[in-house]
Write a protein that binds this ligand. Structure first.
Ligand code: SAH
Length: 278
């Protein structure tokens, strides 16, 4: 069965209207060694979505990375291109079929390195290992990624096992589909590709880069609604500003994320050059 609301009468493939010329041309305009994302989805029209805007969009236009949505529907069964079926064992909802996904994965694998360290195959899933900034950095250093966006109840386990697909979660909540999760993962990764952000220093200082949450930001006007910008930030003393920012980052992390704070402190205790207490 296909999703409610989808026209089912015609068996032909629906044209993928979302692909703008630049997406179709992405590969030909890609710079050498461009990072590549392939996304298997029932909703290719959701791409590039927000990835087409601002920094990630500009980088896409410049060929610093490429995006290839792969329409799962086109690998469906029969004239209705069915991609899902009822869950074995009963219960609510539908499950994406292993054979249909396997065909899509076969096409996605074309022209990609078999080495999963260079090119991971990831199913966005609430059961997955939580996505982190460290993972985004590792992904950005590889050649690219194939992402599987689930829908309905999710994906037949056998295709996950058979292809050694890794599961990655965006957090402890349930989305209705993997598309937003895939876009978040791609966004976090693409901005770490050299030349995508104008100012690389900004990725080194921001949240998580050193295991701390980032300090608060302020800009003009100096007074707003009776609230002043902290004086030290207007002092022009770079040393004091740096100290204040670190202090705030530590305070925020301690308050909001005791888990990160513990990891940060343990890391510093182990660091022989750090302020280790003997
Ligand atoms: N029945 C599943 C949830 C399915 S939600 C379960 O309880 O685990 C439908 C799809 O949305 C999933 O297949 C997955 O691709 C995506 N999704 C939902 N929550 C997500 C999350 N936290 N992180 C990444 N992907 C998620």
């Amino acid at each position: 069965m296909s999703e409610p609301g989808k026209p089912r009468s015609h068996g032909r493939l629906q044209p993928v209207v979302s692909l703008r010329p630049r997406d179709l041309m992405a590969d030909s305009r890609a710079v050498a060694g461009a990072w590549r994302a392939k996304v298997i989805t029932l909703f290719p029209q959701a791409f590039p979505g927000t990835l087409g805007l601002s920094l990630t969009g500009k980088a896409l236009d410049q060929g610093l990375w490429t995006l290839e949505p792969i329409d799962l529907r086109s690998f469906g069964e029969g004239k209705h291109r069915n991609v899902d079926d009822t869950p074995a064992g009963g219960g609510a909802g539908m499950v994406l079929r292993a054979d249909v996904m396997a065909r899509a994965l076969g096409v996605a694998a074309q022209g990609t390195p078999g080495d999963r360290a260079q090119w991971p195959v990831i199913y966005l899933s609430p059961r997955g290992r939580p996505f982190t900034q460290a993972r985004a950095r590792a992904l950005a250093q590889g050649a690219g990624v194939t992402l599987i966006c689930g829908r309905f109840e999710g994906l037949d386990q056998r295709v996950i096992d058979h292809f050694g697909v890794e599961e990655v979660s965006l957090g402890d909540f349930v989305l209705s589909g993997g598309e937003i999760a895939a876009q978040a993962l791609i966004d976090a990764t693409v901005r770490l590709i050299p030349r995508v952000l104008g100012n690389q220093a900004s990725t080194e200082e921001e949240s998580f880069s050193e295991g701390l949450l980032e300090h608060p930001h302020y800009t003009r006007p100096a007074t707003w609604q009776g609230r002043d910008i902290p004086e030290v930030l207007l002092s022009g003393d770079h040393g004091k500003v740096a100290d204040w920012r670190r202090d705030m980052a530590e305070r925020l992390t301690k308050e909001r994320r005791p888990d990160l704070w513990r990891a940060y402190r343990d890391g510093h205790d182990r660091d022989p050059d750090g302020d280790q207490e003997l």
